[in-house]
Design a protein around this ligand. Structure first.
Ligand code: ATP
Length: 134
């Protein structure tokens, strides 16, 4: 059976590099499933979990947006930060949720609101990926 090489790369370096059967990612226009032989494309990603299927098992990587580049035999994801489930610090993510929720409750300008909202999304996504709650 054909496989896909998947690379998930951040400014701090590679986070994931493996052969998989299928990649499922959340693009700005919805979820896409990528199988070997997919037509080439580039799409922006939203904060979410990238699902990597191999031999009937699934692994998840939390990403904070970025881009996915698809070629028939290779998928590259470029994102500001990415964590595999086992490297997520749950206490840190919970503290980030608390901070963000406190900021969202305070009166503030639109820029701060948007920042807090994005921070909340990143932290909730990390908690969900850590807990396998996808
Ligand atoms: P925090 O407020 O906790 O810093 P953040 O969403 O602002 O969270 P980012 O700017 O997205 O953090 O990421 C900064 C770096 O910290 C990245 O390398 C990211 O992988 C890492 N990181 C952030 N939160 C966690 C976490 N809960 N567990 C593991 N690594 C994390």
């Amino acid at each position: 059976m054909k496989t896909l090489t998947v690379n998930i790369v951040t400014p701090d370096g590679p986070v994931y590099d493996s052969e998989v059967d299928m990649v499922i990612a959340n693009t700005a226009s919805g979820e896409i499933g990528i199988l070997p032989g997919h037509i080439p494309m580039v799409a922006p990603l939203v904060v979410g979990a990238v699902k990597l299927k191999k031999d009937g098992k699934s692994e998840y990587v939390a990403v904070t947006g970025g881009f996915v580049e698809v070629r028939p035999e290779k998928v590259t994801i470029l994102t500001q930060s990415a964590e595999v489930a086992s490297s997520i610090d749950l206490a840190r993510a919970k503290a980030a949720v608390k901070r963000a929720e406190e900021r969202l409750q305070m009166k503030q300008d639109a820029v701060d609101f948007e920042r807090a909202n994005l921070s909340l999304k990143r932290a909730m996504n990390r908690i969900n990926v850590h807990e396998g709650n996808i």
